[in-house]
Design a protein around this ligand. Structure first.
Ligand SMILES: Cc1cc2nc3c(=O)[nH]c(=O)nc-3n(C[C@H](O)[C@H](O)[C@H](O)COP(=O)(O)O)c2cc1C
Length: 190
């Protein structure tokens, strides 16, 4: 299938990434996980590394055992994508390894799905709404809004169990298939 990069930010849903890794692996993806510094506080690093088979990357440094951690991505999912990361990403800020690597992957035209995890108060902010529009206009698939069945709830009402991890995987696979057809004229997948 290819290499799927998952970038995990500091949101309450982050812990569910293990389920995504397991399903993506089952579907034939090789998965590697990058986390923001805040994201590391939200899941058990060793559990995620065990599920993906690779160390979780947060900085430009390689893994302690010297292995190269992140293969070039064929697909990218940023989830849960925080208010902070979405706004910075759309504005082109690349002051951390996760932000700069995502910026580059998007710039390479790699199929990318961003799944915001924001409450309705944050979603109402103009910088956020502009960021979503800007990312979409760059071809990023932002899974968000009534048409996607993923809408922000008032602060304190979020249920991390409802986070649409598998829908993000379906969407990146759809985009992956389309991109492959566009680039070489034949679908990679049957
Ligand atoms: C328990 C807890 C849950 C949080 N959940 C979210 C969230 O779902 N979405 C969000 O945008 N920020 C959330 N935050 C705030 C972010 O962690 C914070 O803005 C952080 O700076 C984000 O950094 P990052 O974008 O580099 O991951 C949460 C913070 C805490 C303490």
């Amino acid at each position: 299938m290819g290499d799927l990069r998952i970038v995990v930010c500091g949101g309450g849903a982050a812990n569910g990434v293990v389920g995504l890794i397991q399903e993506a692996t089952r579907r034939g993806w090789s998965v590697d996980v990058t986390a923001t510094q805040s994201g590391l506080d939200f899941f058990e690093k060793s559990e995620v590394a065990r599920a993906s088979g690779k160390p979780v990357r947060t900085t430009y440094k390689f893994a302690p055992d010297g292995r190269r951690i992140s293969p070039p991505a064929d697909g990218l999912i940023v989830a849960p994508a925080t208010f902070n990361t979405i706004n910075k990403l759309a504005a082109g800020i690349a002051d951390t390894y996760p932000l700069s690597s995502v910026a580059e992957v998007i710039g390479r035209g790699v199929p990318t799905v961003v799944v915001p995890a924001v409450n309705s108060a944050l979603a109402a902010r103009l910088p956020f709404r502009r960021a979503i529009d800007d990312l979409r206009s760059e071809g990023v698939r932002v899974l968000f809004g009534p048409e996607d069945g993923w809408e922000p709830l008032p602060p304190g009402q979020n249920d991390p169990r409802k986070f649409p991890w598998l829908r993000a995987l379906d969407l990146v696979e759809e985009a992956f298939g389309l991109t492959t057809v566009d680039q070489v004229g034949v679908p990679l997948r049957a």
